[in-house]
Write a protein that binds this ligand. Structure first.
Ligand code: TYM
Length: 329
């Protein structure tokens, strides 16, 4: 049976990108495989969150996981910092991770550009910690969006290197969940690249219908096509990408035809898009409200998830220690 693992950083509420990039596929997989889903609170520390907010952020993501359909009776749901074995595996793997390759990682280079005042060692070794998250359960499938593709490549590289150095076939190849398809990238509504928390262009799973409508109606567009079948500029292609995720194939082809025949009315497209986003989000939002007040349930989920995750983590860590020559007296 495949082992599937995924996670999301605890830096705020979940958005449509998180849902279509990672959560939705995971929810689909949970009945077919041995599944782990965690909240990456160690990773969120790279941007120095206020300690007063960290716990609430973790809590709200946990609620959103459950509301999106992760089932704690089927999948193992846990918080990264409840598994200090991950930190030890990250330390062990870091001995074979080289400065050059870490400095060349796209996400690190972006942080250097965006936050030159806080280039901490945690940012540099971020991909090593992520590899440890995945390899601690020896996961073979990792549902992630396009932006995590390079991190996953590094995970495979670290795993192969470990196997080669110690002459073992221990760590598996960790592949993206839908590895023979292009990975999902949900764009923002502001005409810039991806939807993201730090980009401030998100539709959140907790957004009310009226907020969703307002955000979609404000999405950037252009003055419309002037020739039939002309290529779409990015801002318009972005709206179609989101439509592909939330709408039916019929709706998508209706508006594609309208574009191709220069009859498209962006107002109609946006109205339809907003309603289809609402169809995806509103049931999740209602469950978020239901689960939020159930403290006893939340602490039970976290406690049992940590216990289940530790069994697998302890096994891997003691085998890795043994392979590396760290043996008990
Ligand atoms: P994070 O928290 O930035 O995002 C969580 C997941 O959501 C996906 N995602 C998107 N997918 C499509 N379109 C978007 N606009 C979009 N925005 C976000 C991400 O690809 C990701 O799958 N490093 C990870 C967290 C992590 C992790 C792991 C993931 C830590 N350890 C181990 C998988 C396995 C991160 O920052 O994701």
């Amino acid at each position: 049976m495949e082992t599937v693992l995924s996670g999301i950083r605890s830096t705020g509420q979940l958005h449509l990108g998180n849902y279509f990039g990672a959560l939705k596929n995971f929810v689909r997989m949970q009945h077919e495989a041995n599944c782990f889903f965690f909240i990456a609170d160690y990773h969120s520390l790279t941007t120095h969150p206020d300690p007063a907010n960290l716990h609430d952020n973790v809590r709200s993501i946990l609620i959103e996981y459950l509301a999106a359909g992760l089932d704690p009776d089927v999948a193992t749901i846990y918080i990264q910092s409840d598994l200090p074995q991950v930190a030890e595996l990250s330390l062990l793997l870091s001995m074979h991770a080289y400065l050059g390759e870490l400095e060349r990682t796209a996400s690190f280079k972006e942080k250097v550009r965006k936050q030159p005042g806080n280039i901490n060692a945690g940012l540099l070794t971020y991909p090593v910690l992520m590899a440890a998250d995945i390899l601690i359960h020896r996961a073979t499938r990792v549902p992630v969006g396009k932006d995590q593709e390079q991190h996953l490549e590094l995970t495979r590289r670290f795993a192969r290197r470990f196997n080669q150095i110690y002459g073992v076939e221990y760590f598996p190849e960790s592949l993206p969940y839908n590895f023979n398809q292009e990975l999902v990238k949900i764009p923002g509504l502001d005409g810039s690249g991806k939807m993201g928390k730090s980009e401030g262009n998100c539709i959140y799973l907790s957004d009310e219908d009226s907020v969703i409508r307002k955000k979609v109606m404000k999405a950037v567009t252009d003055s419309g096509p002037t020739e039939p079948n002309s290529p779409m500029p990015d801002v318009i292609a972005n709206l179609f990408t989101i439509m592909k995720a939330v709408s039916t194939p019929d709706t998508l082809s209706y508006f594609t035809d309208k574009w191709n025949s220069c009859e498209i009315r962006y107002g109609d497209l946006k109205k339809q898009l907003a309603e289809d986003i609402i169809k995806t989000i509103s049931p999740i939002r209602e469950r978020i409200k239901d689960i939020s007040s159930n403290e006893a349930y939340l602490s039970k989920v976290v406690k049992e998830g940590a216990e289940k995750a530790r069994v697998s983590a302890n096994k891997t860590l003691s085998e890795v220690r043994e392979i590396m020559g760290i043996k008990p007296f």
